[in-house]
Write a protein that binds this ligand. Structure first.
Ligand SMILES: Cc1cc2nc3c(=O)[nH]c(=O)nc-3n(C[C@H](O)[C@H](O)[C@H](O)COP(=O)(O)OP(=O)(O)OC[C@H]3O[C@@H](n4cnc5c(N)ncnc54)[C@H](O)[C@@H]3O)c2cc1C
Length: 563
């Protein structure tokens, strides 16, 4: 297995641990392995193509060591990061499934421990390592500020105790710093980044990392006080964590305008938990939808995108698997086009060939995900609410108008596509990409509200909330980001609706009060104002007039950015 720039705190002398036995009180779990290694799961809740897990199993098998696994649930820390309840619930639903897969496929036992914060995790990890004679801990990298700080602290403290902490790059298809310009700096623009990303993948074989079963016939359980050690325990604690988190959000006043039961119900139905469900979704998408992706990806009512982001965000599916499956499909499609079975085409051909915009387009979306992780790694201060283009951000007189912001949050701006999108987000925990752009641009350009407020609100609601992609998307929309929308190209939410929701199907699904209004009126600001005004044809409908006039707002925004 090729190592991907792992950071380690080295302890080459682990002779102490080789003398110890890992003894467990449970009947079926007595182990006398010479060494005990620990897999720390974070945003990588899967068995297949999990880089750290595969590496740890390989090393354990070579050293005849045993392996256990741990996951820390950190609700206070997550709340500070604005994690949505639907995402926490998704993690909670995934953990028992992961525990079962680890047990049945690899003979590894997962323990789940509740810690409020990352600093508690560090303490807990030290205790666990000492109580269980752990000599090596492996995990996959996380790229956000507090996560990096936590890992650095732990690296030092484990090293003081002669314990190795090895981290692997796993979250991306190509990890941060892999794609650089010819003079070794970060690409400021996506298109050349993507070109080099594709080229790099074309000329190198992408590796899938599969773990092999370890521990012989014994199951090694960690000795950890107050932890959930059985699958039933994990289910129970996961449920309690979700309930407590819901209460904490309620107490913080964050759920006032949300019907959280509806949001949870939607999210649970739309996103069955676990790696198998995620892989099935990928398979279905590739079989049914990818061939029309380039056209249908922009029509929100079609649900024609993969909806894999919620799984990618918590690591229930590997991005490399997504890439490989799409590439395979591309080879097949090009093979059919050129009258062969695709076997003769290498992936280099696939990129240069423009015959298949659909699959190529989807692959480039995966590149956006890698791009924003490269950006975050390059500018770690993004995590501290700083804009990528500081000089643009500071000259804008951002608005903090509470009424406007609340109208946007609850979907009562009087702009149908924006309101439908926001109500969909509040009810389901998901929003279509085109609508994320439209709503974010409306907030930051039409209302000139600070993008940080919108960024935070999205994180609090999205099941796929992910710092790098969310921050990237918001700064793109606010024109403060790398390769962001030019400030003068401001989306008109009415013409966006006309192009992407021509019959008003999406709008009417989420704003049933507008069902009677023909699309020709819905898609024109002037006609909507006339229809809803006193004496207008639809004056009786309980729906607000637009809170801002798009043309005037656009001019104001352009003047502000031009200053
Ligand atoms: C303002 C704003 C906020 C966003 N916040 C998030 C977020 O918190 N989490 C998140 O995963 N995505 C975010 N995105 C990107 C994008 O909207 C979602 O990834 C996409 O809608 C998820 O749906 P899907 O899985 O069906 O995507 P598909 O169209 O099927 O794309 C496949 C995968 O590619 C990745 N991807 C697609 N578009 C982008 C993009 N523009 N940037 C980065 N990755 C992308 C995702 O992982 C996605 O699952 C945001 C975009 C904007 C404009």
């Amino acid at each position: 297995m090729s190592k991907t720039a792992a950071e380690t705190s080295h302890n080459t002398d682990s002779t102490d641990s080789t003398e110890t036995s890992n003894v467990n009180n449970s009947d079926d779990a007595i182990s006398v392995n010479p060494a005990h290694y620990l897999m720390w799961f974070r945003r990588d809740l899967r068995v297949h193509d999990n880089t750290a897990l595969a590496a740890l199993c390989e090393q354990a098998n070579a050293d005849n060591a045993s392996v256990s696994a741990i996951y820390f649930v950190t609700p206070e820390q997550w709340q500070a990061h604005d994690m949505s309840l639907t995402q926490l619930d998704h993690i909670a639903r995934t953990l028992p499934i992961l525990a079962k897969s680890l047990q049945t496929q690899l003979n590894i036992h997962l323990t789940v421990q509740l810690c409020s914060s990352f600093s508690d995790c560090v303490e807990a990890m030290l205790d666990i390592c000492s109580a269980n004679q752990i000599s090596t801990v492996m995990a996959n990298h996380e790229y956000e500020g507090n996560e990096i700080k936590r890992d650095e602290q732990l690296t030092k403290q484990l090293a003081n105790n002669d314990i190795e902490f090895i981290r692997w790059h796993d979250q991306c298809i190509l990890p941060p710093q892999t794609i650089t310009t010819n003079d070794d700096s970060m690409y400021q623009v996506f298109t050349p980044f993507c070109k080099k990303w594709r080229h790099t993948l074309d000329i190198s074989t992408i590796q899938m990392h599969e773990a092999s079963a370890i521990n012989g016939n014994t199951k090694v359980k960690l000795e950890v006080s107050n932890a959930s050690a059985t699958i039933e325990d994990i289910k129970k604690v996961s449920k309690e964590v979700v309930e407590d988190y819901q209460k904490a959000l309620q107490n913080a006043g964050l759920l006032e305008h949300i019907d959280i039961d509806v949001q949870l119900e939607h999210a649970r139905a739309a996103y069955p938990a676990g790696e198998t469900a995620a892989c099935q979704r990928l398979e279905d998408f590739i079989a049914e939808d990818i061939d029309n992706y380039d056209v249908s990806r922009d029509v929100p009512s079609l649900n024609a995108t993969s909806q894999l982001s919620a799984y990618l965000t918590i690591g229930a599916i590997s991005p490399r698997l997504c890439y490989l499956q799409a590439t395979l499909q591309l080879s097949k499609a090009l093979g059919e086009l050129h009258g062969n079975d695709g076997d003769t085409l290498d992936s280099g051909d696939s990129f240069d060939n423009t015959d298949n915009n659909d699959i190529n387009r989807w692959i480039s979306e995966l590149a956006w995900r890698d791009f924003y992780r490269h950006v975050l790694d390059y500018k770690p201060e993004l995590i501290r609410h700083q804009a990528y283009k500081h000089e643009t951000d500071v000259k804008i007189n951002w608005s903090y108008n509470q009424d406007d912001f609340e109208a946007w949050c609850v979907g009562k701006t009087g702009v149908p596509l924006v309101d439908a999108a926001m109500r969909c987000l509040n009810a389901t925990g998901f929003m279509h990409n085109r609508l994320r752009m439209v709503t974010a641009m409306f907030l930051t350009k039409d209302l000139l509200i600070d993008w940080r407020l919108g960024e935070r609100y999205f994180m609090q609601q999205l099941i796929d909330g992910d710092f790098a992609s969310n921050n990237g998307g918001w700064q793109w929309s606010a024109s403060t980001g790398t390769d962001s929308a030019p400030y003068f190209r401001i989306m008109n939410p009415f013409s966006q609706a006309k192009t992407h929701d021509t019959d008003g199907e999406f709008i009417k699904t989420w704003l049933p009060e507008l069902k009677a209004i023909p699309a020709s009126i819905l898609h024109s600001e002037d006609k909507m104002r006339q229809a809803l005004a006193k004496g207008g044809k639809f004056a009786d409908i309980d729906y607000p007039l637009p809170i801002v006039e798009h043309k005037a707002a656009r001019q104001l925004a352009i003047a502000e950015f031009k200053k």
